[in-house]
Design a protein around this ligand. Structure first.
Ligand SMILES: [Zn+2]
Length: 53
């Protein structure tokens, strides 16, 4: 049996109609102080200086 299982997964794209997209700003929230940084992909927190992954 050789079923293309991967194609099944690709046939179900993530629902873009979830209302809001937390993933687009989640990486800007400081893990230390919780500040939402202005930079799109901050390296260090502009508030406390903690490093982002
Ligand atoms: Zn911080």
């Amino acid at each position: 049996m050789t079923q293309p299982v991967e194609r099944n997964a690709a046939a179900t794209p993530p629902d873009p109609d979830e209302g809001g997209d937390p993933a687009c700003w989640a990486n800007r929230v400081c893990p230390e102080c919780g500040r939402l940084n202005d930079a799109e992909r901050p390296v260090v927190c502009e508030n406390c200086g903690a490093r982002f992954e």
